[in-house]
Design a protein around this ligand. Sequence first.
Ligand SMILES: Nc1ncnc2c1ncn2[C@@H]1O[C@H](COP(=O)(O)OP(=O)(O)O)[C@@H](O)[C@H]1O
Ligand SMILES: O=C(O)[C@@H](O)C(=O)COP(=O)(O)O
Length: 430
Amino acid sequence: MPAQTTPLLGCIADDFTGATDLANMLVREGMRTVQTIGVPDSAPQDVDVIVVALKSRTAPAAEAVADSLAALSWLRQQGCRQFFFKYCSTFDSTPQGNIGPVTDALLQALGSDFTIACPVFPETGRTLYRGHLFIQDQLLSESGMQNHPLTPMTDPNLVRVLQQQTASKVGLIGYPAVSQGAEQIRAGIDVLRRQGVRMAIVDALENQDLYAIGAACADLPLVTGGSGIALGLPGNFVRTGLLDPQQGAAAGELPAVEGLSMVLAGSASKATNAQVKAWMEKRPAFRIDPLALASGEPVVAQALAFARQHLERQPALIYATTTPEQVKQVQAELGVERAGLLIEQALADIAAALLESGVRRFVIAGGETSGAVVKALGVRALRIGAQIDPGVPATASIGTTPLALALKSGNFGSIDFFEKALRHLGETRL
Ligand SMILES: Nc1ncnc2c1ncn2[C@@H]1O[C@H](COP(=O)(O)OP(=O)(O)O)[C@@H](O)[C@H]1O
Ligand SMILES: O=C(O)[C@@H](O)C(=O)COP(=O)(O)O
């Protein structure tokens, strides 16, 4: 079968590492995938999927809608046949949006009357039963997400949560139907459609459920969810002869990248804290102090001097990561936004200078942090490679200095993620 020349699936992701997570799933299922940073100037070649990464999760709803519609319009111009709106597996949103308003706008633009909403991602412990989202063994509202600074999730019932964000009728396809497979799910969709439901939360517990849901959604112009639900979509293209099933692992092949390596961590999440601690037990690390940054100390220059001292011999870590208590203290002193931006800017400046010094492999922890760093590195698009850990693939930059990158969402990755990721990117001095 000749390689597909027009992309099949067009995806819009509401944040940067979330986009990479989605792309990872699609590559795993044999689709060649490129992620762009916003709507790009030119179309990527030789791809089955394009994922446009936006920064719309916490933007005002009108802005999130406008950015998402612009991405949709561009993806339609590229010839995509089906569209996917990716949000967080913890359904991160406020009562004002943006999952509801963006879904409404995309449905309307596509002339469609129905879609599903399913954030389930079993490999990272996100399951949904009778409309209630669980994070491992806890309800969403007791998982720590109730304390999220921007999008506190205090209600685990996603039918209720989504209904608050939209005037469209929201329904549920429950586990009794889902567990019986694609045909029953399709029947459930038909029933809800007849009742005037426009968006259905869909229960799922295992990957097997996600494959069935994917098959049932073959004819929907728009599918929405976390990265898990994308597992079942590539099979639809294989069944209709549009995607070569032999492509398999080759979909994730990346060019080798030569050069020095560095880890940058701007995430303060629990998983990143553990990963930083594990790294520091064996390897060099430099802490960015936000208060020193704010008082004008030459923190960036000090971090670079540290890096240059180690880089020729082994990779090193520069991190702002700290405990929630210390983050709160810094935020009280500097303000939430200023603290975040100061650190993101410092890590971005450090990354740009490291690029000049020959660093070509970067492991970056944190969604916002990844956005800032990748921008400073001049990257506009990424080809997606093999999975490092659930939700995090190896990636390679396209159209700029060849770089190997791993962008980690704060909550993802095993405790030894940094070393593991560096090895995946081709670093041998570990
Ligand atoms: N020590 C710290 N004090 C205050 N803010 C911090 C600290 N370390 C990191 N931050 C900020 O916290 C935010 C973390 O967000 P992000 O990079 O998206 O990580 P995650 O994926 O874990 O949410 C960033 O804006 C970052 O600059
Ligand atoms: O779906 C997920 O959990 C991730 O892909 C994601 O979007 C995580 O967001 P951040 O933790 O803000 O990177």
